[in-house]
Design a protein around this ligand. Structure first.
Ligand SMILES: [Zn+2]
Length: 274
């Protein structure tokens, strides 16, 4: 059904977008199985060809008020959880395009091995919905990503849901992860993405703690980003590479934004300095 509706909706959205506030987009991916590589390569290739791909440094400039280029919104790519396929994607798809992306990793899970890591992926990342599809990158792989010019961000220490956490637990998940990443990769760690990404998965106390360690926090709430967006309430579009082409484009072009208006309002309220 969603694939049937996506085409006409996308056409209507492209007309509507002209009069709506825009901003750059952040796309959000997780592990990229072999069956989805071609779809990602096509999407990234199209964005690169139309000069829409930006890197984290350019995103920071736009958030600081640099003017948005004319034309369709620029796009920053991001990958959550640190799955091993991320390095393959960086080497085989992003490097040939000269694309630099954001990779959010959980240092506490990277240190686990074998069965312990598989159990943590299935339980803490996938919440028991399915078995671990693949291992996570180790430190060597993450260092290689960094050497390729990508930016490594924190995704909590071991993929805990932050909403409702307090005290030592909150400090460990945010500050502990930042210190572990900085110790191994060098600091500062400017970017953070909170786990699970919905507006109910975060709260004001966690965002305040994130703000003590990081410049930017990316959510999974859909929308555009501009200098009017609180830097701890950045929006991102999850793109389902297994979905049809029209549905995928709709997510990339922000056609689902109207459904997330109240989510963005709640997120902005939580991100306000207190
Ligand atoms: Zn995650």
């Amino acid at each position: 059904m969603r694939n049937l509706l996506a085409g006409p909706w996308l056409a209507a959205w492209k007309l509507a977008r002209v009069v709506l506030p825009g901003g750059f987009r952040i796309l959000l991916f997780h592990d990229i199985p072999l069956s989805q590589r071609e779809a990602l390569a096509r999407l990234a290739g199209e964005l690169a060809q139309s000069r829409r791909l930006i890197d984290p440094a350019e995103a920071a400039r736009l958030l600081a008020g640099a003017p948005l280029p004319p034309g369709p919104p620029p796009v920053l790519l991001s990958f959550d959880d640190g799955f091993a396929s991320n390095l393959d994607v960086a080497e085989t798809i992003l490097a040939p395009l000269g694309a630099r992306a954001l990779f959010f990793v959980c240092p506490g899970l990277m240190d686990l091995d074998g069965a312990a890591q598989s159990a943590a992926i299935a339980g803490q990342i996938l919440q028991g919905r399915r078995a671990a599809p693949e291992p996570l990158m180790g430190w060597d792989a993450v260092e290689r990503l960094k050497a390729l010019g990508h930016t490594i961000g924190s995704h909590t220490l071991d993929h805990r849901r932050l909403a409702g956490l307090a005290g030592d637990q909150l400090a460990e998940q945010i500050g502990g992860a930042a210190e572990a990443l900085a110790a191994r990769l060098g600091g500062p760690v400017e970017w953070f993405a909170y786990t699970f990404g919905a507006v109910g998965d975060i709260d004001a106390a966690a965002l305040a703690e994130i703000g003590r360690w990081h410049r930017f926090c990316r959510s999974g709430v859909r929308g555009g980003n501009s200098s009017a967006t609180p830097p701890l309430a950045l929006r991102a579009d999850h793109v389902d590479l297994a979905a049809g082409e029209d549905w995928r484009r709709l997510a990339v072009e922000g056609g689902l934004d109207p459904l997330y208006r109240s989510g963005r309002r709640s997120l902005d309220a939580m991100a306000k300095p207190r």
